[in-house]
Structures are given as C-alpha cells and as structure tokens.
Design a protein around this ligand. Structure first.
Ligand code: IN0
Length: 444
C-alpha cells in the first residue's frame, strides 16, 4: 500500500498529519528572513540531513535552538567522516582525532568525501560562523564532546578485531554506543542544564541517565538496521548475544533459522528495555516544555520502533520503519509527561502481548515489562489509592510529578486548542463537499 493509502486506512493518523502540518501553534516562531546568510544556510543543511528532527530542533526555545542546531551539524560532520569508506584510514584517523581543533578555525572545509551528507563538510565554514556566535560556555561543551567522540571513533577504526568480527561482548556494545550516542546525551544535558531548562540533578549523576538516553536510541537503531548494516559490511549486534542463537550473524536471516533469529532480536530488545526506567527518570527532570518535546520525541519513537521490531521477521528481509502517520500521531501526543508515560506503557504492553512461551527469554522479558509498567504506575497511577490506605507523605517521585503538573496542564490546553481547530477545519471541509454535491445533484 502506498503512503496515501496507508494514511486513508488510519484516519486518526491522517488527522494527526493535518494537525502537525498546518495547525501546530509554535511557541517561539522562527523567522530566518532577516538573519545572517550563514544561519539560514545552517538550518538548510540541518533540513537536508534530517527533515523530521530538524523540525523538532527549530521548535526549541531561542536560548537553546542555535546551539543544538550547531551541535547536531558538527556531530553529523564527524559521523559522515567516520561512515565514508572511500577515504584511507591514514587520512581518516587523524581527521577524526583532530576534528575538535577545526572548531578553532573560521574557514575549514573538506571536499574529499563521497557520502550523502558530505555538504556539511564542504560547507563547514558556514557552521563555523554560527559556532563562533554561540555563548563561549556552549562552544566549550560542543568542542569537548567532539574531541571525545572523534577519538572514540578513531580507536574503533584502528581496532582490527572490531573491523573483522564486529562487536564482541555486551560491554563492548555499550562502549561503542557510548562513543556515538552516550556522549551526545552528556553534551545535550550540559547544554540543557546551563540554559536552566532542566533540573540541576540531571548532571549530578555522572551523566549516567544522559548516557542511557543515548544508548536506548542507538541500540534501537542497531536492532532495526540489521539488514542495512549487513549490506554495508558492518556488524553491531554483539557476538555475546547472537552466538547463543547462530554460528554466524548472517545465518540469522535465513528462513530456516527463523525461530533463532526472532529469539535473538527479542534478546536484544530485552537488553535495550533495561534503559527505559532511566529514560523516564530523565524526562521527569526536563522542565522547559519545548526542551521536553525535543528530548522525548526520539525516545518515544525508539520505544515504538522496539515494539515494531520485536518478534518481527521483516527485520531480516528489509528496512522496518514506523509509518509517517504514526510518527505524527506520537509527536502530537507526547507534549506532556503523562502523555509520554501513557505511550511508553502502550508499547510495553504491545511487546508483552507479543511474548511467546517458546521464547528462551520469555520469563525475563515478561518480568522486565512488568517492572516498567510498575514504574509508570508509580509516576502516574491508573487506579486511585485504596480508600483505607493510611495518609502518608508524598514520595520524592510524587513531589516531582506534582511540581510539573502546571506545565503539563498548559501544554495539554495548547494541544486541545489545536485539535479543536483541526476539527473545525475538517467540519468546514466536509460541509463544502456536501454543499457542492447537493448543488450538483439539485441543479441537474
Ligand atoms: C540526537 C538524538 C537526541 C535527541 C534528544 C535528546 C537526546 C539525548 C541523548 C542522546 C541523543 C538525543 O536524537 C536524534 C534523533 C534523530 O536524528 N532522528 C532521525 C530519525 C532516525 O531514524 O535516524 C531523524 O531523521 O529524525 C538522533 O538519533 N541522534 C542525535 C544526534 C545528535 C543530537 Cl544533538 C541528538 C543520533 C544518535 C546516534 C542516536 C545520538
């Protein structure tokens, strides 16, 4: 079924697409018309590299918007260098290690890549112009993460064992995800806390929760992208897990090994689900509503993707992706913490329902889903407390949840206003159609 057909088959998703495209009420509309050409071009580059996520960044509070945009583009440039298989390791490794020093220049560019996002390197001077306009504290954070990530990536390129055999243990898997995604979490958290958009405690745990936010996203990508990565000759599923199910990672895609393949996917999903509690704890501490949106959207997409790939043989056949309409519906409904917790609950239940007794991890996955449900229940109880329960002081969690209620209520009102505008528009459109038909029928 084509994309339009899919939308017509899911009317609530169609309404969500209409609402998101034409009825979103931006809190801080961005007007780039009178801005510097380098700022305009930077946002164009952002659009070229990631359309949907670019829209989320553009909606951030102006205090953080440009810093996150520059951070994203610098990381994208680093990632593009790492991904490009056409340049020699002798050029690539020093480039990655010294990439942070390019941020001290005003006009560095690089033209030797063949990757699809090479424009960010060919026009790196544009990004540099905007980087130097950021507050020095924001620049320092971006530079520090670029240095750590570039060195981490270079270590992997030099690691022959990694190149030949991929990721060996679950510890190595976590370390690889640390370099490419955990560090992004650390950088973003530093930016968010500095801008006073998140609770100070977000950066007082040695960046553990920030790290796990990144790991949850990256592990979901790695499970989903099995087919694509295999075709590119890259192995990110950890051997410690897949070797329980096959002698070679490529064997898992054979139809004859379907049960083993599915059990392996489910094992990896179980591993990723281990981070959900920390993700929800993190989101609880993001105070600014737009920053909340920005941090919550990728996480909600990730849990929806995990439910999609769970026990799904299509992972071995083709690229599995969420429908566009589903993405729009999720983005609309996650503007409040209770909305996010509800969506997490819904997908965890979906995984639990798909659970098969034949799965070797049947018990462990069931227990993990139960734990997450229980955690959601402590945040937003579905059932009221029993009438005979003795009065007690609120727990720390209940206090934080209560302190956010005002912000969440305000966001809920914006959401409802948009929905009522969409309904009015659809009603108007329906009346025009009916009126036209009536006119046509009666005039012939
Ligand atoms: C991201 C993350 C991201 C956003 C918000 C908070 C985060 C906290 C910790 C770590 C990462 C966080 O989000 C993007 C989302 C994205 O780019 N989505 C793609 C869709 C897709 O399937 O790839 C899109 O085109 O919309 C993300 O995936 N990464 C990322 C990179 C830079 C920054 Cl500043 C933020 C990449 C990664 C590897 C997961 C960290």
């Amino acid at each position: 079924m084509g994309k339009v057909g899919q939308l017509l088959a899911h009317p609530t998703e169609l309404v969500a697409v209409v609402q998101l495209l034409w009825f979103r009420l931006p809190m801080h509309p961005q007007n780039l018309k009178d801005s510097a050409p380098t700022l305009q071009r930077s946002y164009e580059l952002l659009n070229l590299t990631s359309r949907s996520f670019a829209a989320v960044i553009r909606e951030l509070h102006p205090e953080l918007r440009d810093a996150v945009m520059v951070f994203y583009l610098v990381l994208r440039a680093l990632d593009t260098v790492e991904d490009d298989m056409t340049i020699d390791a002798k050029v690539k490794v020093p480039l990655l290690r010294l990439f942070d020093s390019k941020l001290d220049t005003k006009d560095w560019t690089f033209h030797e890549l063949k990757e699809k996002d090479r424009a960010v390197l060919e026009e790196f001077d544009v990004i540099l112009a905007e980087y130097h306009k950021l507050k020095p504290e924001y620049q320092d954070i971006i530079k520090d993460i670029t240095r750590k990530m570039g060195n981490g990536m270079a270590d992997y390129i030099l690691d022959d064992n990694f190149n030949l055999n991929g990721v060996a243990t679950v510890k190595d898997y976590d370390l690889y995800c640390h370099y490419v995604a955990g560090l992004v979490g650390e950088g973003l958290t530093k930016l968010i806390v500095l801008a006073k958009f998140g609770d100070d405690t977000l950066s007082e745990d040695g960046f553990e929760r920030s790290e796990l936010m990144g790991l949850f996203l990256q592990k979901t990508n790695i499970i989903r992208d099995y087919r694509e990565d295999l075709e590119d000759g890259r192995l990110f599923w950890p051997k410690e897990i897949w070797s329980l199910y096959a002698d070679r990672l490529t064997d898992l895609k054979e139809p004859a090994n379907r049960d083993a393949g599915l059990a392996c996917i489910n094992h990896l999903v179980l591993n990723a689900l281990g981070h959900v509690k920390h993700v929800l704890e993190y989101l609880l501490l993001v105070k600014d509503p737009l920053t909340f949106n920005f941090t919550a959207i990728p996480q909600v997409m990730a849990v929806a993707t995990l439910a999609l790939v769970y026990n799904n043989p299509d992972v071995f056949e083709r690229n599995v992706k969420l429908r566009k309409g589903t993405t729009c519906k999720l983005i609309l409904n996650l503007r409040t913490l209770p909305g996010v917790v509800k969506i997490f609950r819904q997908y965890i239940r979906e995984i639990n329902h798909k659970l098969s007794v034949n799965d070797p991890n049947y018990l462990k996955i069931g227990i993990k889903c139960g734990e997450i449900e229980q955690f959601c229940e402590t945040m937003y109880p579905l059932a009221p407390p029993p009438a005979d329960r003795a009065p007690r002081d609120p727990t720390a969690m209940e206090q934080i949840v209560a302190s956010r209620a005002q912000v969440d209520k305000a966001m809920q009102r914006v959401l409802e206003e948009e929905q009522s505008n969409v309904r009015m528009m659809l009603l108007g459109a329906a009346m025009v159609v009916v009126g036209t038909l009536f006119y046509l029928v009666t005039s012939y």
